[in-house]
Design a protein around this ligand. Structure first.
Ligand code: ADP
Ligand code: MG
Length: 638
């Protein structure tokens, strides 16, 4: 009924001998990191986070985008007995993470609305039997499933809250259901909790700790929590700002930025209309540009996203709706059409560039009047106090107030509840002050004549040693071209692994890893397993595909024994099954298992069961079909 840690606490009533236990677990964690993720060591910040998690304390991990937050809970999930529950805000994110984890031999699953009843029951069955170690859910779904989960699997070993800044009410990514997580945590039995975010401000940190009750487990675990702050500097991002004279100049500057740039670009624009207008102008100038905003219908947005991921468009002109979870590794240029409203949103949007770790540029086009527009927007979001109270008192006054202002007044009305008596405006005033301050910081960033990177990082509470590149430090943005042969290999690899993408478009291999493989292609399976970011588990599952994609596209290279007609028949069957099940093919059976089946040609159940990679579940499900295919094929001529 209770998770391992709870059982121990309940049995002994004493704190466990944390230190030596943790050291042993950390060694084990390192070995699991190598086997499943192909990395020889944790990054320094990760090591601290993982060590903290293994002591049983609550943790808040603040690491930048790309800092490696997933491993901070995925590896402990493999070390600790019991289930790790992961809260993730978007189905797309969780589907991709589950697919990538499974490809690495990490038993993960997700519960979400896209699963049918049978699918959900299968997931719950795997949880109850202890097979699944990592379960991803949205906060809403976890709220509904908490009691069932606790009945099925006991108190989770760990609760991981990813993208925890969604808890901050005044933030751009606010999700009301994140605020309910404290209660959900209680329903789950106060499990140890790790919150992870890439959002760096001290305010966000404070609201995460308060909203989740980190460190307060009421005797169900060690008190207090550990805070780990990673560096937010991204040395491959080059920062610049260009002051423009007028709107024509703005377009001219954008075209100039795009002129010597035939790679993926994101342009952030403030309104839906402006994205449409800019995209048209760019298309007229010969760029493959499309707009993206929340006003487009779902199909259109999905199509843009697909085209963007598949490199069929060069420029996406988007509002801030183009955001979280859209993780294209090779965006080389992010341009802000006008001054962004806050440093947080700016750093997050600019940070969508260069996820693959290669050089890229982040440039803002700005005029002093941009900030005035944001200030006027603040007057709409925080309407005049007297006006609001007049409208609350006398609904007839609504007639003379603009619609947008009325919407804010109504929103504040439901927050401040004027019907109950005199209203306390202080929290609203404080929010407005904060918004004004953020705007001022952004203005200062744009107008300044010293290091831009330093100013941004200082806002996030970090002191920078050396700037890796900005227009004020006179460091030129570096070129990002690959040698042609490596570029060709990268294309082939993307095409091959792209076929095995996660269900929502995330690649199963990290961009950085693909790049490493394309630049230094390994000789064979053993060398592949040694490549950083691959590891033995993934090499066993996807090795054939990867090596094939990296080899020169010669006829003899294709005529490998593993491409026999029998293997092709097996692959064809697997593709059909995968399609019917709605999963990637390697989840049906791995490449290695198919190759073994083709070479051993088993003729009975027991022999099929002997093939490595065919587990009891696969045997029960697929043995009849496999035996039929194997029986149909004549032994091949040698
Ligand atoms: P975040 O969630 O913080 O944005 P991810 O978990 O998506 O980051 O990881 C970002 C990248 O860092 C991935 O490509 C991942 O493979 C890589 N990475 C994670 N841990 C390590 C490590 N210990 N050594 C090298 N690369 C790592
Ligand atoms: Mg992440």
């Amino acid at each position: 009924m209770f998770g391992r840690r709870d059982a121990r606490n309940w049995l002994t009533g004493a704190a466990p001998p944390v230190a030596c236990w943790t050291v042993a677990s950390l060694v084990q964690a390192q070995e699991l990191l190598r086997r499943h993720f192909g990395y020889a060591s944790f990054r320094p910040a990760q090591r601290k986070v993982v060590a903290s998690v293994l002591t049983g304390r609550d943790v808040l991990a603040v690491l930048p985008t790309g800092g490696g937050k997933s491993i901070c809970f995925q590896v402990p999930a493999l070390v600790q007995a019991g289930l790790t529950v992961v809260v993730s805000p978007l189905i797309s994110l969780m589907q991709d993470q589950v697919a990538a984890a499974c490809a690495r031999g990490v038993p993960a699953a997700a519960l979400h609305s896209a699963l049918d009843r049978a699918g959900q029951e299968a997931v719950l069955g795997d949880i109850a039997s202890g097979r699944t170690r990592l379960l991803y859910l949205s906060p809403e779904r976890l709220g509904r499933a908490a009691v069932t989960l606790r009945q099925a699997a006991g108190v989770p070993a760990l609760l991981a809250i990813d993208e925890a800044h969604c808890i901050a009410e005044w933030g751009d990514d606010f999700r009301p259901s994140y605020r309910a997580l404290r209660r959900v945590r209680y329903l789950l039995g106060q499990p140890q909790t790790i919150a992870l975010t890439g959002s760096a401000t001290p305010e966000v940190r404070r609201s995460i700790v308060a909203a989740l009750g980190l460190g307060r487990r009421y005797g169900r675990g060690p008190a207090g929590f550990d805070l780990h702050l990673g560096s937010f500097d991204r040395p491959n991002l080059w920062f610049g700002a260009v002051r423009v004279e007028d709107e024509r100049d703005r377009m001219a500057r954008l075209l100039a930025l795009l002129a010597d740039h035939d790679q993926m670009t994101l342009v952030y624009a403030p309104t839906r209309n402006s994205t449409e207008r800019i995209a048209v102008a760019l298309r007229r100038a010969g760029h493959r540009a499309v707009p993206y905003h929340a006003g487009l219908d779902k199909e259109r947005r999905a199509a843009v996203l697909q085209a963007f991921l598949a490199d069929r468009i060069e420029v996406v002109v988007a509002t801030c709706a183009f955001g979280m979870g859209i993780d294209k590794p090779d965006v080389r240029l992010v341009v802000h059409w006008s001054a962004p409203p806050t440093p947080e949103s700016y750093y997050q949007e600019a940070g969508r560039a260069g996820r693959d770790g290669r050089p890229c540029r982040c440039v803002v086009l700005w005029r002093p009047t941009d900030a005035e527009i944001h200030r006027r927007q603040l007057d709409v979001t925080f309407p005049d106090r007297e006006l609001a109270e007049r409208v609350w008192r006398n609904p007839a006054a609504r007639a003379t107030v603009p619609r947008t202002v009325l919407a804010s007044i109504d929103r504040l009305g439901s927050e401040l509840k004027p019907v109950r008596g005199p209203v306390d405006w202080r929290p609203v005033m404080a929010r407005r002050k904060k918004a004004e301050r953020r705007l001022a910081v952004m203005e200062e960033y744009l107008a300044r004549s010293s290091c831009r990177r330093q100013s941004l990082l200082a806002y996030f509470g970090e002191r920078l040693g050396r700037c890796a590149g900005c227009d004020q430090c006179q460091v030129a943005p570096s070129a990002a071209r690959l040698p042609p042969a490596a570029a060709q290999r990268l294309r082939q690899l993307r095409a091959a692994v792209g076929l095995r993408r996660g269900p929502w478009g995330g690649a199963l291999l990290d961009a950085e890893v693909m790049l490493r493989l394309a630049v230094h292609p390994p000789e064979g399976g053993a060398a592949l397993a040694e490549v950083a970011g691959v590891g033995p588990e993934l090499a066993a599952r996807l090795g054939g595909t990867i090596l094939d994609a990296l080899s020169p596209p010669r006829a003899e290279a294709r005529a490998l024994p593993e491409r026999s007609p029998l293997l092709l028949a097996l692959e064809q069957w697997r593709d059909g099954v995968a399609k019917a099940m709605g999963v990637p093919p390697y989840l049906v059976l791995t490449d290695a298992a198919l190759v073994e089946l083709a070479s051993r040609r088993p003729s009975g159940w027991a022999q099929v069961a002997d093939v490595p990679g065919v587990g009891p579940r696969a045997l029960a499900k697929f043995a009849p079909a496999l035996l039929e295919i194997l029986a149909k094929r004549e032994p091949e001529r040698i």
